[in-house]
Design a protein around this ligand. Sequence first.
Ligand SMILES: *Cc1c(COP(=O)(O)O)cnc(C)c1O
Length: 434
Amino acid sequence: MKVFSTREKNNFYTMSEAINLGIAPDGGLFLPKSFPKFKEDSFKNLYDLSLDEFAFNVLYPFFSDEIQPNDFATICAKTFDFPLHFKNLSEKLYLLELFHGPTAAFKDFGAKFLANFLEFSRGSDQSLKTIIVATSGDTGGAVASAFFEKKGFNIVILFPKGLVSERQKSQLTCWGGNILSLEVEATFDDCQKMAKTLMTEHASTFDFGSANSINIARLLPQSIYHAYTALHLYRITGEIHNFIVPTGNLGNALACYWAREMGFPISGIVFATNNNQTLSEYFESHSYNPRPSVATIANAMDVGDPSNFERLVSMNPKAFENKNLFSVNAASDQEIYDQISSVFKEFGEMICPHTATAFIARQKLKLEDQHVVLVGTAHPCKFDEIVMRATDFQVPICDAMREIENLPSYYEPIENDLEKTLSAIKRHQLNQSN
Ligand SMILES: *Cc1c(COP(=O)(O)O)cnc(C)c1O
């Protein structure tokens, strides 16, 4: 299937081109030309499939003119090799747990699909691709895990010193090999600037690949868990559910909209944000005012200018006028603490601060009598200090985190300096080739 850019709608690209480019040459974001439609009478053919088979059936139409079916099935099998769970919390309420992958957050789905796709599309090409990722915590770990020991890929992770949690730091530094982790004496914004400068000014030295969150290959697999959950809850309960999605860059929530566009039984979609209020203000005033992010305890959602907003508006300029389709709720840090505590008391569930924003939105928007899926984005043990403070209980560590914590740590501290960063990357590549 062809894809186009949100800014230049008459220029078409293949899906492989779009994935390898990451961002369109005109600065826009890639969108599929159309979405396959799954109608009610086709649902029964999907009911008995495993998650990876389901993913193959739903996503292959996007790739069918570029990849052989058996190759695409392999990519799906290697990606969807860990479970999702939807837990019934009360009569009309489900919690979708997306954190049973290798780094205990939903970003594992997108990062693994991207890595497996790029590995396949590289074919017999012997050249070395360098992928630079600036991370505020969660993305870097998911990308490192997905690309670890993939031949032909070097990953450079830039993370801000002192600004990631201990558990996030373990996930960013436990790799070695083809993963170079640089602890930069800088903020996340500086790390991001550094990544951009490297990629624009040194494109002749390195063959850069893209793994950032706006890559279409990270969004497509995310639509799978929404579609799969919607379909199975429809089968079990006969109801079409509302989905409440914790939102930062709008990637996870946009993927939910894509699942809905493909015909899966999803009613309204709620964007649950933290105290970064760009979206909630837009919803009220219809004027979009991007701004620098403010730091919150749901730090993976600290975004003041959600990049996928451009995709959403390009697909449906009037989307926000239909209050039955989309709604938004912003939560403060205090509300998040209180919610983690009250969810633990009411349901006996520990939840991460991001997931808490979904529970808050359900309450604030008075959706208690509706059929609702709350999307759980990370395992609570990744944010154990906050969850412990809110519940007064120790958070049991999940298997993925325990495995990672027992590994040695490999990283280089580095100043916020372009030349020093460049030499570190070159040194690492030399060591790799020896
Ligand atoms: C990245 C992330 C989010 C935000 O997802 P977006 O796709 O950026 O909206 C929410 N929760 C967790 C735990 C995350 O890692």
